[in-house]
Design a protein around this ligand. Structure first.
Ligand code: ZN
Length: 334
């Protein structure tokens, strides 16, 4: 980040901080008494796992959806659409700050129409970055092979989108390959928005639920209205639409910080959606983390979240699907 950008962000953080403090009642400290504490914190956020709204499991597989409980004082940073040129720098910042995050990845850039060009396959191109992710304790999630809207695919195509990413990750990482239990369908589809039919939800649910848990993000705790992903602003290797240091770039950084910190009252937690494909997300990250820490937040991966919500054995029921096994079914146990 340029010095000017740093100063700008620092100034903005102060402004947001003041604005939030001016408009938000100072939260009362949570009592140490378990009953009182539960009552106090439930009023601010539905942090009791039993408080999850009812959803028909025929259409909504197990997972995190908007409105679900989140532990107080906890932030889950998530980065979608990578790996890309900026991911290693994001890992550097996370390491400096001793924070673990979750990366929902694709094998191909959604803007790249030539999915058959293996030279452009992100899993292979950024193999070193993937190794670092695992070594440094981050969680990896499945964001589909080529960022397709699963609701519009056939069951066979959905299966391909979800299984190929895990298989290619295995080819890249070998023995180090983690099992992927976290799935974030591109666009949150078919569970976000009201344009998808129940039939589409059931179709995708069948493909998803045997592989892992659906992990969406907390409304408002995202960089989306900051236009992190908005059309025309995302990073493209061949067209750099936003030049670091330009007024539009810095305006985008300010929008991103405002969007996220505007929700950070120091108590209510959230799953933050960012994109490692955006240099603005890289450039605001350090300041964001430091401000969130200053407000009393801790950080975790979405695997930590699943264990908090459903218990330490939450992933045990997912048995490897034969085509996803690291070794052949008759070989040594993966
Ligand atoms: Zn995405």
């Amino acid at each position: 980040m340029s010095r000017r950008s740093t100063i700008l962000v620092a100034f903005f953080l102060t402004s947001v901080s003041v604005a939030v403090e001016a408009n938000t009642p100072i939260p009362a400290p949570i009592s140490q008494d378990p009953q009182a504490g539960r009552a106090a914190s439930t009023a601010r956020s539905p942090n009791d796992p039993a408080a999850a709204p009812f959803r028909d499991s025929q259409y909504w597989p197990q997972g995190y959806y908007p409105g679900d409980p989140i532990p107080d004082h906890t932030i889950y940073l998530t980065f979608d659409d990578g790996p890309c040129d900026f991911t290693a720098q994001i890992l550097d910042i996370l390491k400096e700050e001793d924070v673990h995050a979750t990366f929902f990845m694709n094998s191909y850039d959604k803007d790249d129409p030539f999915h058959a060009d293996t030279g452009k396959n992100l899993m292979f191109r950024y193999a070193d970055v993937l190794r670092r992710m695992v070594d440094e304790g981050h969680a990896i999630g499945n964001h589909s092979y080529s960022h397709r809207d699963l609701a519009r695919l056939s069951p066979r195509q959905i299966d391909f989108q979800l299984s190929t990413l895990q298989r290619q990750l295995t080819e890249v990482l070998g023995d180090k390959t983690p099992r992927i239990y976290l799935i974030r369908p591109p666009f949150g589809s078919p569970w976000l928005g009201n344009w998808n039919t129940m039939e589409q939800r059931e179709k995708v649910r069948i493909a998803v639920e045997r592989r892992g848990l659906v992990m969406l993000w907390t409304p408002g705790w995202d960089s989306s209205d900051s236009a992190d992903w908005a059309k025309g602003e995302w990073y493209n290797a061949s067209v750099r639409r936003y030049e670091p240091g330009s007024p539009s770039y810095e305006s985008k950084m300010r929008r991103e910080v405002k969007r996220i910190l505007g929700r950070a009252d120091g108590i209510a937690g959230g799953i933050i959606l960012m994109h490692d494909t955006h240099p603005t997300s890289r450039d605001v990250l350090k300041s964001l983390i430091e401000e969130l820490k200053r407000r009393g937040y801790g950080f975790g991966t979405l695997e930590d979240y699943c264990r908090w919500r459903w218990g330490p054995n939450v992933f045990d029921r997912f048995t490897p699907i034969p085509s996803l096994m690291a070794t052949p079914p008759d070989g040594p146990s993966p």
